[in-house]
Design a protein around this ligand. Structure first.
Ligand code: SIN
Length: 530
């Protein structure tokens, strides 16, 4: 009999894993919306890989480490870059329609903090769409998709030692149970905890909250990446304007025409994201509008069809040459702590892609390294599971003795209020008083009590509220704890990187609360189970 493997999420990491699993597995992919509603699908920016004769693995590794402020598991970064290049070559060989030059060579672009042109695109600025379509085509009928079911609770075996299944809630509110020998979380990041975001509205960190509730360790939650340039119209962000636009020469200017990055960093408009996002944020705070000046770019509509369409839908005329922008949450470097194969600290539970904290992004992800991560770690987990001896566990789950979470408590939680508070208190710039105030507010709403209460009876919306407030609480605790600025975590009260925080990882778990671990990999190996 085939073993069930349950993958929650349908982005690039999930599909890459499913594609590489051997036939001994019955692959079930559960997603809370439609299978193509993923951040991977809407990714404009490309995939970074060492594909040109001028490029070197070492150069991509160095750019990754520099952007992430040396807060990485260095061995994992090396795997990301080397195995990533092989994975991208395999995708191209399988027929991925990549953008090419007139002479047939790869048309490799430049993005922030890369020192070499190494960004592969498809369809100009529709890379994610093409990659996902390709992976879905390769997958064919090998996996069963269960769409529009919200996974909300991981189920533990009778001895509480293994995760053996997941509960979902259908659109009509029915609770369903799925069992598998391996449960994989690939649910993406937390972008939509913020009002300004490039992410799909669904992306609130379901997997992260679920893993935490099941006892898994989470790490690096203070590191939230803000993308510098989201289209900003009438006080709202309307979608991403890819860094590739700056890669091709667009410049950030304020409303008086001043080039705001001219003296802010040696790489100017292509400085690491946190530097650019911070500068735009400061300029907006001075009540000055910020624009991306695209007047010196030729063939913009052909080169960036997705962005052209976003502008058209938002009433922005690209021929004016000035696109109004603001920063918004984009990528989560933190997540569920995993080892080199994607194993979490709970038996039977795995995490890949943005949901996981695998040590490859450090304190700030290098542009176009995220699709790459999905390809590399999706495949790494498949190779690991294919070599794993078959496991057949009983479907007896531990009795749930927890109190049901009271709907009355949830009535007091307002998601609009939460998002506003996230932006103001745990956004691009953080400081102690605001973080303390946020945690006090969450305490007054009894958020800490949610972690150990049953969710079965709640509606999907209520469960999502629980996940959002849970994640907000954990992120705020980490942001308060790290008393330095590093990468995407900028503290106005601790503006410098501090030597005593180097290689210190803030880890959360229900059993142990917050603790510090020194060194990503060394500690991870000792605590992650086979
Ligand atoms: C972009 O195109 O600017 C986004 C790419 C990325 O975040 O990797």
């Amino acid at each position: 009999m085939k073993e069930n493997i349950i993958i929650i999420g349908s982005g690039i990491a999930a599909l890459q894993l499913a594609n590489h699993l051997s036939d001994r597995y019955n692959v079930i992919i559960i997603t809370k919306s439609a299978k193509k509603t993923s951040n991977s699908y809407k990714a404009q920016g490309g995939i970074a890989a060492v594909l040109s004769p001028e490029d070197r693995y070492e150069s991509h590794i160095q750019d990754t480490l520099m952007a992430g402020r040396y807060h990485h598991a260095n061995e994992e970064v090396e795997k990301l870059v080397k195995e990533g290049t092989q994975a991208v070559k395999a995708l191209i060989a399988s027929g991925l329609p990549v953008d090419r030059l007139e002479n047939g060579g790869l048309d490799l672009g430049l993005e922030g903090a890369h020192h070499v042109n190494r960004i592969l695109h498809c369809g100009g600025d529709a890379t994610g769409k093409y990659v996902i379509e390709q992976l879905l085509m390769q997958l064919g009928k090998k996996a069963t998709f269960i769409e529009h079911e919200l996974a909300f609770e991981l189920m533990l075996s009778l001895d509480k030692q293994h995760v053996i299944g997941v509960k979902t809630k259908s659109k009509s509110g029915e609770v369903k149970q799925y069992f598998g020998s391996h449960i994989v979380l690939a649910t993406g990041g937390i972008g939509s905890l913020y009002p300004y975001t490039s992410n799909h509205a669904e992306l609130i960190g379901d997997g992260i909250a679920m893993a935490y509730r099941a006892g898994a360790e989470l790490a690096d939650l203070e590191f939230v990446q803000f993308h510098p340039t989201l289209l900003f119209v009438n006080g709202r962000t309307k979608g991403l304007i890819s860094e590739a636009v700056r890669g091709e020469g667009a410049i950030l200017v304020d409303e008086d025409g001043n080039k705001i990055m001219a003296h802010a960093h040696p790489l100017k408009d292509l400085a690491p994201r946190h530097v650019v996002a911070h500068k735009i944020y400061q300029t907006l705070k001075q009540q000055k509008k910020v624009f991306l000046d695209i007047r010196n770019l030729e063939h913009f509509e052909e080169r960036f069809p997705t962005i052209t369409e976003i502008c058209r839908q938002s009433g922005i005329d690209i021929h004016s040459g000035l696109l109004p922008v603001a920063p918004g949450s984009h990528f989560f470097m933190g997540g569920i702590l995993v080892d080199t194969f994607g194993r979490t600290t709970v038996h039977g539970l795995y995490a890949i892609g943005e949901t996981a904290c695998s040590g490859v992004h450090g304190a700030n992800r290098l542009a176009s390294n995220s699709l790459l991560e999905g390809l590399v770690f999706g495949k790494r987990l498949a190779v690991f599971l294919n070599s794993h001896a078959p496991v057949h566990r009983s479907h007896d789950i531990v009795e749930d003795k927890r109190q049901p979470l009271s709907s009355k408590l949830l009535d007091r939680l307002n998601m609009v209020e939460l998002k506003k508070a996230m932006m103001e208190r745990i956004g691009i710039i953080r400081e102690e008083t605001a973080l303390q105030a946020h945690l006090e507010w969450l305490k007054s709403l009894n958020v800490n009590e949610f972690f150990q209460q049953s969710l079965d009876h709640l509606s999907r919306e209520e469960i999502e509220k629980v996940f959002m407030f849970t994640n907000s609480c954990l992120i705020a605790q980490s942001a308060l704890f790290r008393t330095e600025s590093r990468g995407a975590h900028i503290r106005s009260d601790y503006p410098e990187e501090r030597g005593d925080w180097k290689d210190q990882y803030i880890v959360h778990s229900i059993a142990k609360g917050i603790r510090i671990r020194r060194g990503f990999h060394e500690q991870n190996q000792t605590s992650v189970h086979a």
